[in-house]
Design a protein around this ligand. Sequence first.
Ligand SMILES: Cc1cc2nc3c(=O)[nH]c(=O)nc-3n(C[C@H](O)[C@H](O)[C@H](O)COP(=O)(O)OP(=O)(O)OC[C@H]3O[C@@H](n4cnc5c(N)ncnc54)[C@H](O)[C@@H]3O)c2cc1C
Length: 294
Amino acid sequence: MSDDKSIRVKVIEVTRWAPTLLSFKVTRPDGFKFTAGQFVRLGIHGKDLQYFAQNHETKLITSETQGHEAQDYEEQGYETQGQPIDLDGYVFRAYSVASSPYDEFIEFFSVVIPQGEFTSKVNHIQVGDSLLLNTTPFGYLTLARYQLPLPNDLWLLATGTGLAPFLSILKTIDVWQQYQRIILVYSARTSQELAYQAEIGSIKSIYGDNGAAFVFLPIVTREADYAGEKARIPNLIVSGKLTELVGQKLDKERSHVMLCGNPQMVEDTKEALKSIGLTMNRRGEGNIAVENYW
Ligand SMILES: Cc1cc2nc3c(=O)[nH]c(=O)nc-3n(C[C@H](O)[C@H](O)[C@H](O)COP(=O)(O)OP(=O)(O)OC[C@H]3O[C@@H](n4cnc5c(N)ncnc54)[C@H](O)[C@@H]3O)c2cc1C
């Protein structure tokens, strides 16, 4: 099995936020273009990861069936770019791009599911490892889906790694020029799992200076002594507390809303938004756009 869209990319940076949460940057394939908010398919194979080559126990499990060690791939190199790659044994998953379309690298923000076929391997990635990136970008969680004229406010509501497409959107200059206010609501289980806080803190000054006003509302759902907001996003909408916390009304006339992450949160939030009069976006019209992660 092979395809000519998958390109070998090299891991150039890994950041660990929490035991089950990490980000990684990979080299950007020549000519690879995407729109902020889109996702790609990433492929992983234990033979391309140094950990599996070095870890004796795991090597016993993987090497017999998977053949090569990471070193072999260093030697075969990344010059396989553009050539069909044998995809046998690779596990592919959808991943939103977290980096800006203008960046020279591509960044991803990943959960680790201990029994997950893909992420149990991603958990061990190190600088120098390689992954496959299918260079066809997918998805409509992008600004292009909305018809002009745009309303005043853009609400970006994320749980967990559902933050990724919004980071990419916030790292474009257009979004800051097209809206008057951008509100990012980011919910995680614990404060440790609220990743990218420093980056979010400086994002407006880098990409949106003189552009839209920015409100960032971090929320945790499972940490009893967290000093900030502890609530679920749908409840905040229905109770009207979101308006109070953000200082801005979420309404049909002036808001676009994008939701991304946990399907239950997406479903409940959609219903909460509909209950206050917002509508799903179809063919450019309506307020709400969504992306489910599983
Ligand atoms: C359009 C799209 C974009 C995606 N973008 C990302 C992304 O940017 N980052 C990312 O980590 N994942 C993303 N995912 C999910 C990703 O494709 C995988 O499901 C995830 O990496 C787990 O893979 P796995 O093989 O280890 O486990 P899987 O067998 O795929 O999933 C096992 C279970 O883990 C849970 N799960 C899956 N993904 C997540 C998650 N992100 N957070 C919390 N629990 C989860 C679900 O309960 C799922 O049933 C995206 C999915 C879709 C459809």
